[in-house]
Design a protein around this ligand. Structure first.
Ligand SMILES: NC(=O)c1ccc[n+]([C@@H]2O[C@H](COP(=O)([O-])OP(=O)(O)OC[C@H]3O[C@@H](n4cnc5c(N)ncnc54)[C@H](OP(=O)(O)O)[C@@H]3O)[C@@H](O)[C@H]2O)c1
Length: 291
């Protein structure tokens, strides 16, 4: 008898790659289809429609996104199509199929003026276009499929793809000193931890857990990018000096929220996911990057 199918988009991204790594442990229960843009191109509605007509998944985990935050300021149509229109279409398709739809969103849906961790129910007010396109994707997902699960995450890193941890390790090997922004506060997320949390939620839903809606997931803790860089330097035993600078000294095309810490209590309460401490997960990932 065939097993239920889990479709994962963004197969080669950080999160998609981590899901591929753990998928073999779920082989007894599920078949997996990991889709790259050659198989499912979210910038093309025809590609989405053709893919949806062909496959009958039990679960869709949407890890694909337009994640170039600065480029999104000028490449707005592409960001909106991939982060909003495509998410709405996948959500509607899952609703029609009776499939579970899980999509990943971002802390950048918030304006960053908060002073205590954002709750999933807090008002979104993005300050850059990437955040605006992701916020629109959230709305379309919920409108088209009220049973959607939306997981907002932040500061994602892994051994795969491009991320802050890999950039810091490289720069610390090249330079005697580095300036890193110290006035943006948030929480890192090791993509491997998020992948485990997502598969745990899939299992929970299969077992009858009725919860859905918007959730927050990051590793636990609250740090600045400067704190993050210092911890990376310590773990790789770097001699590079890290200095703290303000965001105004590091201008970028897209504004970044000053405070994007998210309250993750509801995902723990409703689904019992594990939320490792940010520093412990960093210590797990760094040797894998250095291999
Ligand atoms: N990275 C972060 O710090 C961060 C923070 C908060 C939230 N998030 C969210 O977390 C999720 C996973 O992020 P990530 O870091 O794993 O992203 P990532 O490494 O940038 O991967 C994004 C994936 O999306 C795919 N993609 C882009 N355009 C596509 C298209 N037109 N059709 C199909 N696939 C397309 C990319 O394919 P190619 O490999 O072909 O380019 C890539 O595999 C995303 O929803 C992101 O918005 C990320």
């Amino acid at each position: 008898m065939s097993k239920p199918l889990i479709v994962v988009t963004g197969k080669n991204g950080q999160l998609g790659s981590e899901l591929q790594l753990i998928a073999p442990s779920f082989d007894a229960q599920y078949d997996f289809l990991f889709a790259d843009r050659a198989v499912l191109d979210l910038s093309s509605n025809d590609s989405i429609d053709n893919f949806c007509a062909e496959h009958k998944p039990a679960v869709v985990i949407n890890c694909a996104a337009y994640t170039a935050v600065d480029k999104a300021e000028t490449d707005r149509d592409a960001a909106f199509q991939i982060n909003a229109v495509a998410v709405g279409k996948l959500a509607a398709y899952c609703k029609a199929m009776g499939a579970l739809f899980i999509t990943v969103s971002t802390d950048y849906v918030f304006d960053g003026n908060g002073t205590s961790p954002y709750l999933p129910s807090d008002t979104t007010d993005p300050i850059n276009y990437y955040g605006a396109s992701k916020a629109e994707g959230e709305k379309l997902a919920v409108t088209n499929n009220p049973e959607s699960i939306i997981i907002r995450t932040s500061w994602v890193y892994s051994r795969f793809g491009n991320n802050f941890v890999k950039t810091m390790i490289r720069l610390m090997g090249e330079r005697p000193s580095l300036n890193v922004v110290g006035d943006q506060i948030g929480a890192p997320t090791y993509a491997a931890d998020l992948a485990v949390a997502i598969m745990h939620m899939v299992a929970q839903k299969a077992a009858g857990n009725a919860h859905s809606g918007i959730y927050h997931y990051s590793n636990s803790g609250a740090i600045s990018w400067y704190d993050f860089a210092v911890a990376i330097g310590e773990l790789i035993q770097s001699n590079c000096t890290v200095a703290k600078i303000g965001s105004e000294a590091f201008p970028t095309p897209a504004k970044r929220p000053h405070y994007s810490l998210m309250d993750c209590i509801s995902i723990i309460q409703d689904f019992g996911v594990d939320q490792p401490d940010w520093k412990e997960s960093l210590a797990v990932c760094i040797p894998l990057i250095q291999k």
